[in-house]
Design a protein around this ligand. Structure first.
Ligand SMILES: [Zn+2]
Length: 353
């Protein structure tokens, strides 16, 4: 009987030797350890043996069974390990492949124009002064010489931050122009230098808001760049020299300029500056509507009342101010016919710049 058991063990282990996958191992287990395997037949035949033989054969058969089970478990582990190392090779990630490029954004066309304006005025010694977008009626209108019920207010209807009943005497609003920044900047300057303040030259860029019907020509939000120079003995000649210089640096050395009389509550005298059309060279085209001139900015000598509101003595100090719309300049330069493109977030438009 012992010989038979040895033979069973030898046959089973020999068959196990060549197995290298889970399926054939399962089949092997059924054949050599399953219910109708030869080793199980030995256990089943124990009943026919004598009392002396039974424990001896039973023990020997059990040892064979345990040996086969152990060998089978080892084989199973070996197959598992093999599969893992194969996967490590076949499913390896090639980290040397180049990655997908991230889409890079660009500067908004208005930002590009703004930066050019900063550069030109920066060269002329102007500093950039940022100011708040939420203003009081006091700063947005009254200190700029727009008293309540002044007709010029009609052109600058805005968004209020509180309802009619809660507005009070000095309502909060979104600023309609960057000009209130002039008052803040002048007051800060004269607070720092209460006696004999040195001259100041600043530009004030930023977003402005107006309650408008949105059309191809008008938006409820837009940028402005305002400029201000205050000092002793500043004249209209300084204003013209500065702005003509700006026009040449911005639009080309052969850009012509002209000044037309105008009116603003916060400057006196006031003017509008035109630049010879940089698209047709002044011959007339659809952008300049045949005129050969493009209106670029409004300007003037700072009104004495505004100087006084900024803490300057208008008997001693004078100054000039100007304001322009970077979107408008961008539109003229690139022949953009609809201002709504600027804030519509349409990549087809933005990617062109
Ligand atoms: Zn033109």
């Amino acid at each position: 009987m012992q010989e038979k058991l040895d033979q069973i063990k030898l046959d089973a282990l020999a068959a196990l030797e060549g197995i290298d996958n889970k399926e054939t191992l399962d089949a092997w287990q059924v054949k050599y350890l399953g219910r109708s395997s030869t080793i199980m037949d030995v256990f089943k035949s124990l009943g026919t043996l004598s009392q002396e033989e039974k424990p001896l054969v039973g023990k020997a058969a059990n040892l064979v069974k345990i040996a086969l089970e152990t060998a089978s478990g080892d084989k199973e582990n070996q197959i598992k390990q093999q599969r893992i190392s194969q996967a490590l090779v076949s499913e390896k990630i090639d980290i040397t492949l180049p990655g997908r490029r991230a889409v890079s954004g660009g500067l908004h066309p208005t930002t590009q124009t703004l930066r050019e304006i900063y550069r030109v005025f920066g060269d002329m010694g102007f500093q950039i002064s940022l100011s708040r977008e939420v203003e009081t009626d006091q700063y947005n209108f009254q200190m700029l010489n727009f008293p309540p019920y002044h007709p010029a207010r009609d052109m600058q209807d805005t968004f209020f931050l509180r309802s009619d009943e809660d507005r009070g005497d000095d309502p909060l609003m979104l600023r309609t122009h960057t000009s209130p920044g002039q008052i803040h900047a002048m007051l800060e300057h004269t607070r720092i230098y209460p006696d004999n303040p040195p001259p100041m030259r600043i530009i004030l860029p930023g977003m402005c808001y107006r309650y408008e019907q949105i059309t191809a020509r008008s938006e409820i939000q837009f940028n402005q760049v305002e400029g201000l120079a205050v000092g002793k003995g500043i004249t209209f000649g300084d204003l013209k020299g500065t702005l003509i210089n700006f026009a040449r640096r911005m639009f080309g050395q052969d850009a012509n300029t002209r000044f037309r009389a105008s009116h603003f509550p916060f400057t006196e005298p006031s003017a509008e500056m035109d630049v010879s059309c940089f698209l047709c060279g002044g011959n007339g085209c659809s952008v300049c509507k045949g005129a050969g001139w493009l209106e670029i900015l409004g300007c003037g000598m700072v009104h004495p009342t505004v100087l006084k509101n900024g803490g300057f003595d208008p008997e001693v100090y004078s100054g000039f101010a100007f304001g322009m719309g970077p979107e408008r300049i961008t539109m003229m330069r690139h022949h953009i016919e609809d201002i709504r493109y600027f804030w519509a977030n349409d990549l087809r438009f933005l990617e062109q710049f």
